[in-house]
Design a protein around this ligand. Sequence first.
Ligand code: AMP
Length: 285
Amino acid sequence: MLKIALPNKGRLSEEVRELFNDAGLEVRGRGERALTASLGGEFEAIFVRAQDIPEFVADGAAQAGVTGWDLVNEAGRELESLLDLEFGRCRLVVAARDESGVVRVEDVKDGMRVASCFPRLTQGYFQKRGQRVTVVPVSGAAEIAPHLGIADIVVDLTSTGSTLKMNGLREVSTVLESSARLMAYPGNGVDARRSLEELTQALASVLAARGRRYLMANVPRTSLEQVREVLPGLNGPTVVDVMDGGNFVAVHAVVSSRTIYRTVNALKALGGQGILVTRIERLMA
Ligand code: AMP
């Protein structure tokens, strides 16, 4: 049984579970306080804090795990990155209040105190820049440290920027871009690697399908050339004869969900009929 460490709570936990469900790996048998659950077949989920997942996986206590790329980097342990899961997007940024006099990162003076839940990344970032700051490690709510007078600036996570703004902090520079990652223990054997490769492909196929839709329409044969331009599809649209005496053909294509509104209107303008758009569960190129 391969163990996959998943976040037990917090921002990532719901989306991770949803992704595994969509890939056919339903998290089963999980009570409120359960520490493990069956993921079906050969996998078992173990639920731990997102911060602890890099350690669990690096030590081989789990063969793989999902957590934020920020936490993986902060842990500084050797791990194999298998897949960017694309959700949980955020940035680790240097942020300052106007009173600090820090407008650009170059304004950070030697000796300034920087509060962060990411002391290792913070130290490394300023060290690389040749700026000698004093890191003040905190375990949460770094954004209030300047108000409490325990730091001059912060290095904190942001996605919408609203928490920073609410605390009178302005973003000054980016330390790291992050999103949820599937990672593996580098010491896994051949069989574990093969299973994890299959898991990676299953998750990737769900992610690939999420931004796409399957579109079918009947279009006049005479507009086929223009229809091809509207529907590039993965390998161009599939074109099927319709038993109507030859005036219409059915076209099928995988299209981007972001542009579906425009695509449907363009097909209508070309005389398209019976237009059908459906979700795709998985997409393997
Ligand atoms: P949390 O659930 O708040 O402990 O955060 C766990 C992980 O969610 C973080 O380490 C990040 O990888 C990710 N995350 C995504 N967006 C944000 C955000 N705006 N603030 C904090 N963490 C975020």
